[in-house]
Design a protein around this ligand. Sequence first.
Ligand SMILES: [Mn+2]
Length: 459
Amino acid sequence: MRFAHLSDSHLGYRQFGLLERENDFYDVFARNIDKIIEKDVDFIIHSGDLFENARPSTEALLAFQKALLRLKEEKISIYAIAGNHDSVLRKGALPPQVLFKDLGLKLISPDNPAYVEGAVLICGIPYVASSQKRALISAYNNLSKLADKYLKSILVSHQGIDKWMYKDSHEVELAEMPKNFDYYAMGHIHNYIEEDFGKGKLVYPGSMEIWKTSESNDNFREHGKGFVVVDLSHDRPELERVKIKMPREFYQEVIDYNKFSQRIHLLKEKIQSLDKQAMLDLTVVGGDFNSADVYELIQEAIGEDVLNLRPNFKPDKVLEEERIIDENKILDPRALLQKKLNERYGRDEINKLSIDLLDNLSVGRVDDAKIISNRFYSEHYYNGENLSNNLNYSEDYYNGENLSNNLNYSEDSYNGENLSNNLNDSTKEYKLNIEDKSSEKDSNNDKLKNKEISLDDFQ
Ligand SMILES: [Mn+2]
């Protein structure tokens, strides 16, 4: 049994506001699908961030629909989970992937966390924010118990594991991952990662395109962008990394100002020979120069040969006002935020909350940020479950104002509606419905059908 594992397509992403870049992402996705069909696999797993955001444009939805129709024709099923980009945390809200269920997309969700394909269990959980880590670990444990009942099992998850993430930006540690799966189909980290873990392999196939300039790195030069073909018919899974040529070149160049004319000329020759305008990450270093003047020179020399012209300047001597701007440029907002919060509170959960809020608010996801902060308060400042029992309220007669008065919370701190959402979320149970794809009716599988397992919850 062979399948293709891919992740982080970010359909709909318009890098630097460029329509050409949005089209590149559609283009590369279609190229991946072409190659997957050529590889003649049994099924596909997509590990999240299929779309750039939870409300994709029509173009992004169409790009996926087109791929799905081709796969349907080829009778290749595709399993997917929502990532941090394309999931909606608001209670009852549906990720965009739901639109494609009737076209054959097998969505792995809290309601349908597990499927069986042939004799292989495919199960997983959509992205969980670090402030909800307990829910994540609990879901992993439940899925791990389920995996014990199958000969081969695949865990699908979109999370950052500490080993490959910057300090404090992970949601889970490698040591906390369940150990009994044959394959860990991970998403979220945009580099290619392959690790021996559990009974088999843990793989991040990486993003399909260069989503951030910093992804044009050594990992990219070594492994390229693309997907993985996994063969499960051996004791341990066998992997084949398949690199897909990207629609346009992405160059990183550092030019010494003292050799500026010569170097910019060479660069021009190189990029002019390409079919498509290149993406260029250009830095001019050394010497004593004025950034605005050098920008003009670059624009004149190669402005028409590249798609994006956003050079960086690092002269030896800079004017004082330029220095301040330059220093601001290299400030890492995450690091700064963590440093300040650590000085003030020194508490891990507050650091995590701040990063979750930063990630959501910086992309305008205000509703999700509200849910995250409400959950945080319900978890750390009162116990939602007990509160619910004591007050014995139902949503129908629940009145936010009275509750607020009873508990002595000021209206400023809590909003009745959000509190109600919290309490409902904390009592939600996830059903484990298993869709059996195997042709031979395994009695073991039959017993598992419709079996409900409470995956704790997302408190
Ligand atoms: Mn991603």
